[in-house]
Ligand binder design. Sequence first.
Ligand code: 2PG
Ligand code: MG
Length: 403
Amino acid sequence: MIIKKVIAKAIRDSRGEKTIKVTVKTSRKFKTSSPFGKSTGKYEAKPYSKNLTSDISYINKLDVDNLNKLFQKNDGKTIAQAFLILQDTEKLVKNKIGANSLFALEAGLLKALAYENKKELWEFLTSKNKPAFPRPVGNAIGGGLHGEGIQKKEPDFQEFLFISNGRTFSECVEINELAYNLTGKLLGAWTKNDEGAWLTGKTNEEVLMILDNVRQIIKNEYKKEVDIGVDIASSSFYKDNKYNYKNPAVDLNKKHQILYINELIRRYKLFYVEDPLDENDFTGFKELSKEIKKTGNKCHVVGDDLTTTNPERLKKAIKNKSIDAIIVKPNQIGSLLKVKEVIEIARKNRIKTIISHRSGETKDSTIADLAIGFRCDFIKTGIHGKVRTRKLRRLIEIEKKLR
Ligand code: 2PG
Ligand code: MG
């Protein structure tokens, strides 16, 4: 494979913020753009080395001969070889670019290598494994930092999620859409946030009651199955050792936060809680996990800001028995080698993986290919809006190809 050029430029994400797009040019062009988060975890890698402009200028000045030398010793015919190329690329650009840029560059290189091998990215990554489809985790209602509901009131939890269970991926997507539309009607909602999630002034519990209702309707009238989850994103309202709820106003200490979340899990049969405690509180996550088991409920305790797609933080979470599922956002860490490592460590330790979009998204659908290629258990994205559904459509396209 011969790289003719690598081009980086700034584009706008779905929130109008600037982010990076990288094009790797061989006999064809392979494009990848990075998303951008709003509620970023404290332990995420820096998106850019200095800033977006300096990363763009570094990539545009990259001497492609140095990259092409890597292909002389290694033709990237297997996925193991391709990852060795990424390893050498990382040495080459070390400390010169941040996580957003590194992800876009590495994904571009992998897509080009896949093409050289006459494969699409998901196929190349899947290698000899039988492709498995993730379950979609769909964002239906926004609150917290993703809020701005009626009269500037919103539920304190950042996301209310539907996780459908169907025979095929396409059916899962249909069930989530149905749940989303029913929710909009029952909420009487007419506005959405930038993830396409409904906005409301209702409290967490009022919302959960509606979602419970939607689940019942789907079960009784449509004979389909959907689970409910929440992304509490609790670090965004944790201050001075308290969880500062606004709607309604109440401060909870760690012990009461654990009791409160456990009670919500019991009352609304929650299947999934993401970041229920602060991003530094590995033991708090563990205590909640224990409480859930004690009450005999089953609910995934998911790390996002806690783990930030970082192998070392995941190992710490495993040691502390903090979580049984992890969010994987490639641009939280940048390196696809580390993304792969995180997923492998998770799988070895029976931790479910949820590859995820960011609040600021682009039309890029690389995470859909990665979901199949890395055999993720779930994919989290929005249910409504082009930049969200593109990821879902890509998976439906792959499903059709495999039929
Ligand atoms: C999250 C994400 C995705 P952000 O917390 O899971 O909605 O938000 O991209 O703002 O970090
Ligand atoms: Mg999150």
